[in-house]
Design a protein around this ligand. Structure first.
Ligand SMILES: NC(=O)c1ccc[n+]([C@@H]2O[C@H](COP(=O)([O-])OP(=O)(O)OC[C@H]3O[C@@H](n4cnc5c(N)ncnc54)[C@H](OP(=O)(O)O)[C@@H]3O)[C@@H](O)[C@H]2O)c1
Length: 366
């Protein structure tokens, strides 16, 4: 039995992880479950899965991540909350199934070097990185990573339509049912930007060797190109159950929750197109932040997260998110090789500046 804890068990990834575990009761023992605010759901989960303990809110996360009983911890909370518990788990030598992409965007260099130092495995849950993880056999022979993007709800809408998008439209993702923050990131394609930075840290590739391609069907979850031109891709139906199960059961594979066999004939066609960097400036911003390095990606993450919350609160328009992130990045004084304290300070400072800037934008809104 593998002993597991789930940070963010009440969210989209967390609840799907419990659906996976429900089918694999003889393979996993749950040590702890943690939610943010949803007490009712956490209690129902605790009743059903009988963890040794369950906690609500950020305070309990340190306890879970210091508990060496865990073989693996699934970090599935959203936003910046993921970083501290991930670092604590690494310091305690506990392997991580990482869904929370903001952790690597904020502090990828520190997280990956701490993990390497302690021999801790960081297994990606994000479907794209899970795909790459499955494709790579000999990393030294790989030339390029190819990350696919569904394109989100505005893929074939005009910039004008996107500028007037409502929160409801931005949350209507055509392929994936996810938490609100990542759904808005998918609508602006910032999610792809965050994933480029995540891929750079997970697999150690230069930004020049990480490419994005739009693939609306979300069947090819990502691919790699070997030196000799061979391309290996991972395919599957668009369901997060598969990457979640892969990450928590790695290196083993189980039948688990698999509901349907894959059929090329049923899928019939797979489309690919270049991303429109003019309509979706987020991808360019992420490449720029990644190439600049240091605290610039922390800045991008903090500004984006605050802007997304403001959009969800109806304070700003969707397109303001780009303008806000760009402004914060252009004014940010980068610290190269930051300490973890400098990262948290940068995060705090950028959030304050972003909130101030949002106030001025909100005042000008009709
Ligand atoms: N959903 C996907 O398909 C998907 C795919 C790839 C990657 N990811 C990544 O996975 C992460 C989670 O995404 P999601 O879609 O599952 O988000 P979500 O549905 O919003 O869930 C977030 C989880 O974090 C918990 N949380 C919030 N504040 C907390 C706090 N202060 N202390 C402890 N827990 C707290 C929430 O608890 P309450 O609900 O109880 O407040 C909830 O369990 C994100 O980083 C996202 O980018 C998600």
């Amino acid at each position: 039995m593998k002993k597991i804890s789930i940070i963010g068990s009440t969210g989209s990834i967390g609840t799907q992880a419990l659906e996976v575990i429900e089918k694999l009761r003889d393979k996993f023992e749950i040590i702890a479950l943690a939610g943010g605010h949803n007490k009712e759901l956490l209690e129902a989960q605790a009743k059903k899965f009988n963890p040794r303990y369950s906690v609500l809110g950020e305070q309990g996360l340190e306890k879970i991540c210091s508990d060496k009983e865990n073989d693996i911890i699934l970090v599935a909370c959203s936003g910046k909350i993921g970083l501290r518990p991930t670092l604590t788990a690494i310091k305690n030598g506990i392997n991580i199934a990482l869904a929370n992409k903001e952790t690597l965007v904020m502090a990828g260099d520190i997280v990956m070097s701490e993990a390497k130092k302690r021999g801790v495995k960081i297994i990606p849950v994000d479907s794209e990185h899970c795909a790459i993880h499955q494709c790579i056999k000999d990393i030294a022979q790989v030339d390029k990573l190819i990350i696919t993007a569904s394109g989100g709800p505005f893929l074939h809408k005009s910039i004008a339509e996107m500028k007037n998008a409502t929160v409801k439209e931005a949350l209507a993702h055509p392929k994936w049912n996810m938490g609100k923050k990542i759904t808005v990131d998918s609508a602006t394609l910032m999610n792809k930007g965050l994933e480029i930075i995540e891929a750079h840290h997970l697999f150690g590739f230069d930004y020049d060797d990480i490419e994005v391609v739009v693939h609306p069907q979300s069947i090819v979850h990502s691919a790699i190109e070997y030196k000799d031109g061979s391309v290996i891709a991972q395919l599957g139906l668009p369901s997060m159950h598969i990457p979640i199960q892969y990450a928590i059961s790695y290196p083993e594979r189980f039948e688990g929750i698999k509901s349907k066999s894959f059929s090329f004939a049923e899928i019939a066609r797979l489309d690919f197109e270049k991303p429109d960097f003019e309509k979706f400036p987020s991808v360019k911003l992420a490449y720029k932040a990644g190439r600049t390095g240091g605290t610039m990606t922390t800045c991008l993450n903090a500004a984006n997260e605050e802007a997304v919350f403001a959009f969800l609160d109806g304070k700003i328009k969707l397109y303001n998110i780009y303008e806000i992130v760009e402004k914060m990045m252009s004014e940010h004084k980068v610290i190269q090789n930051p300490t973890i304290d400098e990262i948290f300070e940068t995060d705090e400072q950028i959030r304050l500046l972003t909130r101030e800037h949002i106030k001025t934008i909100a005042q000008k809104q009709p």
